[in-house]
Ligand binder design. Structure first.
Ligand code: ATP
Length: 566
């Protein structure tokens, strides 16, 4: 709907000369102030000019000015913001102060001052509006680039000899452009309204051009006698402003990516098909690269009513493996593989205040999820389902404990009655008792809602409470996979055994020492020709470093990638 209004606006603007029934500037005093009829669908004005034609040409003017303002402010803003974010230090401090000042100045005042000095006219209008509009783009681009500046990925590029121009142009501007384009979709409305307001004040596009703001002011004296003069441009402005705001909100919520991003950002080359029966997700041969691979040839599946635990050390690729099938990874990622999935998926992240908007109550967060889901559940019902009192709805995120916030995240995630719930380290930041309560809650919801669930954790003992099957990851690959009890009781891969020995196990003799694994984690899947775990493995033989062992079936549903059998 929101896109439709904007598409109509753009088409009207582009095609005005072809579809307008009359010349918008030609007067016919004998046909003045005619009401809408078959000849003049929107009537005529006091000079006998066809209102529909004027409205269509008005769209053309608004579109041209808006496109020009967006082009100037986006280019300038992204450039300035990227430079500040990339260079940091005093350059960043100076530019940031200028951006802060520009953001805090009332835009209309800036535009009025510029037009006051330079006089009205299309060119001056574009300059005035661009001076008003550039600063948010600079701020967004600066924040995005500053966050990426010190990433290991960029360090690696610099080490490989990439100069600042290449790093900025190829690796920083495209990701900064994404959120800026989302913001631009909201800005369309603001600019159309700004141009109309300035024209309304007699400072925008001068007559006889049929600009919407100009049409409004011309129609105002006739509001009582000839409503068709002021209403159509008024409705057109309102519709474009609303549609642009709604589209911006939707894009910011991640429902859709602006189509231009599909050219700017690398394509995802995965194949997604709908799941059958109780299969919630099946992933085959998933690889993710930036472009060097961080996840290689990963396959797993999970059915409704079943919990799959993905475990492994930090950096082993767990999160990437479970979120990449849904596009929830860095947009630069190149994702390949075959994915069979259900329609509805909910995600719960590690407890982090950043997941919530600090200025909105818990009730408004859950309420938004309820509205988006359109499945008839109510906020209080969801809060009760996750074991929270309804009064929590009036509280703000910082007023809740970590465990309570995780329950709220779960309530939001299940609002859409997902077929699959992904929980990424849902209890890592919490103490042991709260951890256990949350895992019990997840287990209960899995049964009550018959969901499939994937729980990501670095701690095998934690997920043992809830999982049916386990996939153990090391250096971007699954090294062992199978039913929970088999993997825990008779681990086949030395890495799984190492993970189990590093934590207390029920039934262990008091005084048993935990064993740590020698060496460091953090290898990537293609670093070594052989087994990535070999350098740390106590039972490795030279053969292990020469050839990479494949996952092989060693029991009922039990696979291991170690021929040595730990
Ligand atoms: N945007 C990115 N650019 C480059 N490399 C990335 C990017 N995102 C993730 N990686 C790399 O991918 C690898 C796997 O990361 P991932 O977050 O999936 O691991 P993980 O096992 O979930 O770790 P953790 O438990 O710390 O979250 C890591 O080595 C990480 O550095």
């Amino acid at each position: 709907m929101r896109s439709t209004v904007l598409v109509v606006f753009v088409l009207a603007g582009l095609l005005a000369p072809l579809i307008a029934p009359y010349d918008p500037a030609v007067s016919d005093l004998a046909a003045g102030l005619l009401p809408p009829s078959a000849d003049h669908w929107l009537g005529t004005d006091q000079l006998g000019r066809d209102q529909l034609s004027r409205l269509l040409y008005g769209a053309q003017i608004s579109l041209t000015v808006t496109a020009a303002v967006l082009a100037v402010s986006l280019t300038f803003g992204v450039l300035v913001g990227t430079l500040a974010g990339y260079f940091g230090g005093w350059i960043d401090r100076v530019i940031s102060r200028v951006i802060d000042m520009a953001v805090s100045l009332p835009g209309m005042l800036v535009a009025l001052a510029v037009i006051g000095v330079r006089g009205p006219g299309v060119f001056n209008l574009v300059i005035a509006m661009s001076l008003w509009a550039w600063s948010p783009y600079a701020r967004i681009a600066r924040a995005k680039v500053a966050a990426m500046r010190d990433s290991p990925h960029l360090d690696a590029l610099r080490l490989m000899g990439a100069g600042p121009a290449r790093v900025i142009g190829r690796h920083l501007v495209p990701p900064a452009l994404g959120p800026c384009l989302v913001y631009a979709s909201t800005d369309v409305g603001a600019i159309v309204l700004g141009v109309a307001t300035l024209s309304f004040l007699g400072l925008g596009i001068p007559p006889p051009y049929a600009e919407w703001g100009q049409m409004l002011i011309e129609g105002r004296p006739f509001l009582a006698s000839a409503w068709w003069l002021a209403y159509p441009p008024g409705i057109a402005i309102t519709a474009v402003v609303f549609a642009s705001n709604l589209l911006g909100e939707r894009l910011a919520g991640g429902d859709e990516r602006p189509s231009i991003l599909r050219w700017v950002l690398p394509a995802r080359r995965n194949r997604t098909v709908a799941a059958k029966d109780d299969e919630a997700l099946r992933v085959e041969g998933l690889s993710v690269g930036y472009p060097q691979r961080v996840v290689a040839d990963v396959s797993y599946e999970v059915r409704r009513g079943e919990v799959l635990a993905v475990v492994g050390e930090s950096g082993s690729g767990k999160t990437t493996s479970v979120l990449a099938p849904f596009g929830l990874v860095d947009p630069r990622a190149i994702v390949t593989g075959s994915i069979t999935q259900g329609k509805r998926v909910g995600v719960v992240f590690q407890d982090n205040l950043a997941v919530f908007n600090p200025l909105r109550t818990i009730g408004s967060h859950v309420g938004e999820a309820v509205r988006n889901a359109r499945r008839g559940r109510r906020t209080e019902e969801l809060l009760t389902l996750v074991g929270l009192p309804a009064s929590v709805a009036r509280r703000y995120p910082h007023e809740l404990s970590g465990g309570q916030r995780q329950r709220v995240q779960i309530a939001i995630a299940i609002a859409g009655e997902p077929e699959l719930l992904i929980a990424d380290e849902p209890t890592s930041a919490l103490d042991v008792t709260v951890q256990a309560q949350l895992l019990d809650l997840l287990a209960r919801l899995r049964d009550e809602l018959n969901m499939a669930m994937i729980v990501v954790s670095h701690d095998l003992a934690v997920v043992a409470r809830l999982a049916d099957t386990v996939a153990v990851m090391y250096a971007g690959r699954i090294v062992e996979q199978g039913p929970l009890s088999t993997v825990i009781n008779s681990p086949a891969h030395p890495y799984t055994r190492g993970l189990l020995d590093a934590v207390p196990r029920p039934g262990a003799v008091p005084g048993t020492r935990f064993r740590t694994m020698p060496g460091r984690s953090g290898a990537a899947p293609d670093d070594l020709a052989g087994c990535a775990f070999a350098p740390r493995c106590v039972i490795a033989v030279p053969e292990c470093s020469a050839n990479r062992p494949m996952l092989e079936l060693i029991g009922a549903g039990h696979q291991s990638a170690c021929p040595r059998k730990a």
